[in-house]
Design a protein around this ligand. Sequence first.
Ligand SMILES: [Zn+2]
Length: 419
Amino acid sequence: MLRRLTYATLLVAGFAAGPAWAASDAELIARARVIQDKVISIDTHVDIPANFSTDAYDMMKPGPRGQLVHLPTMISGGLDAPFLIVYVGQGERNTAGYARALADAFGKFAAIHKLAEQLYPDKIGLALTAADVRRIHASGRKVVLIGVENGYPIGKDLRLLDQFYDYGARYFGLTHNGHNDLGDSAQPDQRNKEPAAEWKGISPLGKQVVARLNALGIMVDVSHSSEKATMDMIAASTAPVIASHSAAKGVNDHARNLSDAGLEGIKRTGGVVQVVAFDPYLRPVLAEKTAAIAALGKEMGTDQPGAFGKLTPAQVAAFDARMAEIHKQWPRAGVKDLVDHIDYVVKKIGIDYVGISSDFNGGGGIDGWSNAGKTFNVTVELVRRGYSEEQIGKIWGGNLLRVMEQTERHAADLKSGKK
Ligand SMILES: [Zn+2]
C-alpha cells in the first residue's frame, strides 16, 4: 500500500510535467513508476541454466551467470512474467540424438514445474493461459510461463507435441542454430559446414508441426528460423505467429533479425514481435570485439558446445570477469538501442504487434538492462520516447496476452469443429 501511495504522489508530479519531451528525468521516472506498477511486464525469453534443477541453483539468490533473473531482482526491477525456456541445442539427427535431446527437454520442464509447484508456490505461479497470467499476477505472485526453443527434441514424432502441451509449453520455436528436421535455421552450423539452406524453408514435417501447434494452442515461434522458413510458418499457420526473441533487420541487418516482410507477415497473422535485448542483434559489433570474444572462448575452451556446463564456479567467474573487460573496452548496446528497434517495429507495423524479451542467461542483456533488477530502465526509456501508459501496457505484455488468447480460442474452435 505504501508503495502505491508513493506512486500516486509521484503521478501528480508526472502529469503536471506536460509533454514527454519537456519532462525532466525525475518526472519521467515518476511517470514510469506509475506505469510499471500497473502493467503486467512479460519477458518472452529467459533461459534456465544447466544447474537449474539442482541445489546449486537458487531462484532467491543472484549470481553472475545463469541467475540474471531471480525473484528478488524481478521484484525490485518490476519484471512480472518471464517465459522460462526449455532449450536443447541442436545435435545429431538420429535415434540416440533425439533420445538425449528429449530427456534433456523433459528435465527442463520438470525443473520449471518444481520451481513453481514445490519450491516457491507462494511466490511464483505457472501460467498455462492468458487468464492464468492475469489471475496469478493479481494474487501478488510472479508468473512463469514455458517456451520451447528448438524443435529438435521431438525428433520426427509429432505426438510429443501433445506431451509438451501437457507439460505447459505455450510457444514452440522450430529451429535453433543449425538446420533440423523441421526447417532451416537463420544460422547454419558452420562447424559442420552446413549449406545456407537444407529445406529451402520449413520441411513437410515442419508444416505438420505448425498445424499441430495451431490445434493444440501453442504459439508458433519464428525466432532462429531462416527468412524463408519464417515466411513459410507465417503462410502455414492458421493462428497468430510470434517472434519470441528477435529484432529488426531494418535497423541492424543481422541474420537473426526480421526483415520488413517478416514483420509485416507476423502482423498479418495477428502475432507479435518480441524485440530482444541482445547486443549483436541490436547494433553491429566491431570486428575487434568479435575477435576478442572468440579468442577468449578458444583460450577457455568455451567455444565448444556444452563447455559452459563443465566449468567450475571459479572458471565461470574468471570468464565473466574477462567478458566484463571486453564489454568495458567495446561497450554493449544499451536500452536506447533496444527502444530504437521497438520504435522501428511500431512505425512499420503498429503498436499492437510489438513486445519485449531479454534472452537473459542465453547471451542477452545490454547496458542498462543487464539483469531483471534493471527492467524498470526500459519503461523509463519508453516514457521518454513519448509512449502512453496504454501503449506501454501493450508493449510490455498486453499484445502477447492478446496473441495467447487468440491462440487458445483458435485451438478451441478447431476442436469444437467451429473452424
Ligand atoms: Zn535464442
